[in-house]
Ligand binder design. Structure first.
Ligand SMILES: Cc1ncc(COP(=O)(O)O)c(C=O)c1O
Length: 380
């Protein structure tokens, strides 16, 4: 949180007011016409922008180190807007085999329906990204670490491959979050987040953000203005409030998750732990290079007893709440094979490394002894 910066709040209120209005009185017909022609005016019509959105956009741009930012009504609005505002029929996208499930549908079902081809490659294989590039490749789209097996993509190398081919490099930074990983500093052009997760951090707002250079953010805004996935002022206000504790929360998520990962790795009922902060993670060296802030709060682990053992554990936890989503102050537990990737076939899940005995944890900010005690009793 940048202390002292109070953009778009010229009141004396320390906490900014909520501009719960859809429209603004215009000072004169001439001034109204001038405001109507502006890009992203803050007080014209709420689909175009609002002071609450501008306030949180200024903070998010500072957090990712970008020139500008645009908040939207969900993480998927940010993903689809970042992609669609830079694509047209006949273009080609290089992406990964594994992405967030709705992003996978966007890449494999929606974009091809509009004449945009997508090649998906193993994210751990840099050569595969280079081989997939074509003269009409406009975007290299990545996500690291990915859900749920915590595979990493080399951000610096993929940005270089994108730029060598004249394409934009865009990444989803939701899982690592800006505290831990700064893709723009590694050469990326645009960063998207589901702000529903760590940025807000309280599991009470659905929001998204795109961060990047002003020209690309203005293109994204124009796309949002037409398609309409607006973030409402109260949600923007809540997101801003969540960000006030962002640094505190992220430091705690990182420390708690590392301790929980080490506990799980030493437990006899667990066959494997997926966490980039563990020395046993196959890409730990890359994680140390490109995640200087820490390794985040997401962990997956596999039970020796497979599906039945996993179901027993998630049925027994008391502190860890059985729920999808991630990045809030409370620890959440899920069974990816049946609760997130249930539309996929057994074969597709096996290919993505989602075993029946796999459990995913979004490690929260509780006392770590309490999280470990809860898991210990559930695993016993
Ligand atoms: C990595 C990632 N990207 C994007 C999204 C979509 O975000 P939202 O649910 O806010 O639309 C999610 C949601 O879980 C996610 O995990």
């Amino acid at each position: 949180m940048i202390q002292g910066a109070r953009p778009y709040n010229d009141t004396a209120a320390v906490m900014p007011p909520i501009y719960q209005t859809t429209t603004y009185q215009l000072p004169s017909p001439e001034a109204g016409a001038a405001i109507a022609a502006e890009i992203a005016p803050s007080q014209f019509y709420t689909r175009y922008g609002s002071p609450n959105n501008k306030q949180v956009e200024a903070l998010l741009a500072a957090l990712e180190g970008s020139e500008a930012a645009l908040v939207l009504g969900s993480g998927m609005a940010a993903v689809s807007t970042a992609l669609l505002s830079n694509l047209k029929a006949g273009d080609h996208v290089v992406a990964q085999h594994t992405h967030y499930t709705a992003t996978m549908s966007l890449l494999s079902d929606v974009l091809p329906r509009f004449g945009i081809e997508v090649t998906q490659v193993d994210q751990r294989d840099i050569e595969a990204f280079a081989r997939a590039m074509r003269p009409n490749t406009k975007i290299v789209y990545t996500e690291t670490p990915t859900n749920p097996t915590m595979d990493l993509t080399d951000l610096r190398a993929t940005a270089e491959i994108a730029h060598a081919g004249g394409a934009l490099a865009i990444t989803d930074n939701t899982f690592a979050s800006a505290y831990n990983q700064r893709p723009l500093a590694l050469g990326y052009d645009l960063v998207v987040h589901s702000a529903t997760k760590y940025l807000n951090g309280h599991s009470d707002v659905t929001a998204g953000v795109i961060c990047g250079p002003r020209a690309l953010i203005e293109k994204a805004w124009e796309h949002m203005r037409i398609n309409g996935p607006v973030l409402h002022p109260f949600e923007a206000w809540l997101l801003r409030r969540g960000l006030q504790t962002y640094g505190l929360r992220m430091a705690r998520h990182n420390a708690n998750a590392l301790a929980v990962a080490r506990f799980l790795e030493s437990h006899p009922a667990v066959s494997r732990v997926y966490y980039p902060g563990l020395e046993s993670h196959p890409q730990h060296a890359l994680a140390k290079r490109q995640m200087p802030g820490g390794f985040g709060g997401m962990i997956a682990f596999e039970m020796k007893g497979g599906y039945d053992a996993a179901y027993r554990v998630i049925g027994r936890t008391k502190l860890c709440i059985l729920a999808v989503s991630l990045g809030g102050v409370e620890t959440l537990i899920t069974h990816p094979a049946s609760m997130v990737h249930s539309q996929q076939t057994d074969e597709q899940r096996a290919q993505a490394g989602i075993a029946p005995g796999l459990i995913r944890l979004s490690v929260g900010c509780e006392d770590v002894e309490d999280i470990i005690a809860d898991l210990a009793q559930a695993l016993a």
